[in-house]
Design a protein around this ligand. Structure first.
Ligand SMILES: Cc1cc2nc3c(=O)[nH]c(=O)nc-3n(C[C@H](O)[C@H](O)[C@H](O)COP(=O)(O)OP(=O)(O)OC[C@H]3O[C@@H](n4cnc5c(N)ncnc54)[C@H](O)[C@@H]3O)c2cc1C
Length: 319
């Protein structure tokens, strides 16, 4: 039964993928609701400056989030942030979503765009200094560390490749890694080892971040001796893995071994009428532009799906 809480499409997550989907759906007069557990903007609000979004030379992540939100709202999209999704049923034609406060919504199609998060070290000071000297994205923030001394944490391919790419900006890059060997391809290890700007700090770990308004230094613990030493530093890039926010989707839609949502070229998941977009899907490059592109595709495919569903219902009605 269709209630006031029925929408043509519900989008889960209000990052750039979800907001783009909201803009396209609402502009196509598809009645749309975006539900987001976090603040509108998703990971964008964690970055103080976005300098690689085409057409906008430089903008704060917060400002870009507000522009996208206002654009979606202008086209009639409803947005509810800081909500908690309690349960949902995606299998039937009419999808059901129930919030922790008991509010129930139904929709013909759902777009999942819950994004993800970089794996953190979980050390004191890390949360407070995120975006203030601690970064998880070299493409996004490397330029801010031109001629500065930085640390890269990690020992996999991403860490080593990003360390090399950061030498374009930084005057010195120190790789801090917990083991005595790297878990990366030989070419990546060789390139990092032989780079004149890169030095290695093996069998060590950052155990605290220091600074008030911005990062000023780190405590590094030698994992063999237990010796702790403070080092002044301008920036720390952490590449120790990525976690998609898909825990709530386990057993509901098909996920990869890395817990990313599996989609086809139309962003369609394993369930009819359920689409997915952004950082939470299986893909290699995670940026605002790629999230926006995924959200667009998911919205166009969902619009087509909803249109056909409505046409079929009408046909059945007239028979
Ligand atoms: C520090 C930092 C700096 C960055 N800088 C740049 C940059 O300069 N340029 C660039 O292009 N990219 C940058 N990125 C990457 C970019 O922010 C992401 O690729 C992009 O935000 C992904 O968009 P998304 O919509 O897929 O997910 P997200 O932005 O992660 O948004 C997902 C949203 O879904 C919500 N959500 C999660 N789970 C649920 C749930 N169960 N129910 C409801 N809602 C849920 C979250 O709260 C969040 O609001 C940066 C990332 C970080 C962390």
């Amino acid at each position: 039964m269709e209630t006031n809480n029925h929408y043509d499409a519900i989008v889960i997550g209000a990052g750039p993928a979800g907001l783009s989907a909201g803009i396209y759906l609402s502009r196509a007069r598809v009645k749309t609701l975006i539900l987001s557990e976090g603040t509108v903007g998703g990971q964008m609000i964690l970055t103080h400056e976005i300098a690689n979004y085409p057409g906008v030379e430089s903008i704060s992540g917060y400002q870009l989030s507000m522009i996208m939100r206002n654009q979606a709202k202008k086209f009639g999209c409803d947005i509810k942030s800081n909500i908690l999704v309690e349960t949902f049923n995606l299998d039937k034609d009419l999808k059901e979503i129930v919030l922790a406060d008991g509010t129930k919504y139904t929709a013909d199609a759902v777009i999942l765009s819950p994004g993800g998060r970089s794996r953190t070290l979980g050390m004191p000071g890390e949360d407070a200094l995120k975006g203030k000297g601690i970064s998880y994205c070299a493409t996004c923030d490397g330029d801010f560390f031109t001629d500065k001394k930085i640390i890269v944490v990690g020992g996999g391919n991403s860490a080593l490749e990003e360390a090399v790419s950061l030498t374009k900006y930084a005057s010195k890059v120190t790789i801090v890694h917990q083991f005595d060997h790297f878990q990366a391809f030989e070419y990546a290890i060789e390139e990092a080892r032989n780079h004149p700007k890169i030095s290695l700090h093996m069998e060590s770990s950052i155990t605290a971040f220091h600074g008030n308004e911005k990062l000023e230094g780190v405590e590094i613990t030698d994992l063999k001796s237990g010796l702790k030493q403070n080092h002044p530093i301008d920036g720390v890039f952490i590449f120790i893995g990525y976690v998609p926010n898909t825990e709530f989707l386990e057993g509901k839609v098909e996920l990869s071994e890395w817990k990313e949502i599996i989609v086809d070229a139309d962003m369609q998941t394993s369930i009819k009428g359920i689409f997915a977009a952004g950082d939470s899907i299986t893909k290699k490059y995670r940026q605002v532009t790629t999230a926006v592109a995924d959200g667009t595709i998911a919205a166009l495919a969902a619009s087509k799906y909803i249109h056909e569903l409505h046409q079929n219902k009408q046909l059945q009605h007239t028979r």
